[in-house]
Ligand binder design. Structure first.
Ligand SMILES: Cc1cc2nc3c(=O)[nH]c(=O)nc-3n(C[C@H](O)[C@H](O)[C@H](O)COP(=O)(O)O)c2cc1C
Length: 185
């Protein structure tokens, strides 16, 4: 297997992330990889919101408010989990899919492009020696939360990509045989 392929097959999400996180220049490099996502008609159906430093606490407040709006009876531990979620990594990038109307590019294709962009971001992070994990949860589908974050009505959350330095050992990668996933038709 060549070096490029070895890199691709060793991508490994990191649930625990710590400092340092990528700086602005490194984030821009990672985003350059994201921007090479396959993109029908070059609609660029994505944008990113980068949340780092103290702004993560402000994001945590929005997550808490969104939780309480969805579930006013949320217990203390759920509230703490929501408020502290963005603190699990030095940088959180909200990958946003911006949907537009196009005669040849249905919304599903635009969502797929944005998902590829999120993957590109993770690969870009690993290429620079960082780690990441893509997370969603109920809040990613919560329209009032999206509005509070500044998303327009035609925008959706593709995912929260947490980025930083892996804390702990990488998990063992599952053995997967490509032949089990492919048939020559
Ligand atoms: C759309 C999407 C949403 C995800 N949401 C979560 C999540 O909310 N929480 C979580 O722990 N993992 C989530 N994952 C899975 C992780 O990003 C990761 O893929 C998983 O931990 C397996 O690790 P690996 O990517 O190294 O195989 C999500 C993945 C995708 C593609």
């Amino acid at each position: 297997m060549n070096e490029h392929l070895k890199f691709l097959v060793s991508r490994n999400s990191a649930p625990k992330l710590t400092s340092p996180g990528p700086d602005a220049d490194e984030l821009a490099q990672m985003m350059s990889a994201a921007l090479r996502a396959p993109d029908h008609a070059r609609l660029r159906p994505w944008r990113f919101l980068t949340v780092s430093g103290e702004r993560r606490e402000a994001l945590g407040e929005l997550l808490l408010q969104a939780l309480l709006a969805r579930n006013p009876d949320a217990d203390e531990s759920a509230q703490t989990k929501a408020r502290n979620a963005p603190l699990r990594a030095p940088v959180v990038v909200v990958v946003i899919c911006k949907l537009s109307e196009h005669p040849k590019v249905p919304h599903i294709e635009q969502r797929q492009s944005a998902a590829c962009a999120a993957h590109g971001l993770l690969l870009g992070a690993e290429a620079l020696g960082y780690s990441g994990i893509w997370r969603t949860g109920d809040v990613a589908f919560d329209r009032p939360f999206m509005t509070s974050l500044g998303l327009a009505a035609d925008e959706e959350i593709t995912g929260f990509v947490y980025l930083g330095t892996r804390d702990g050992k990488p998990k063992p990668l599952p053995e997967m045989n490509p032949e089990e996933f492919n048939q020559y038709w």
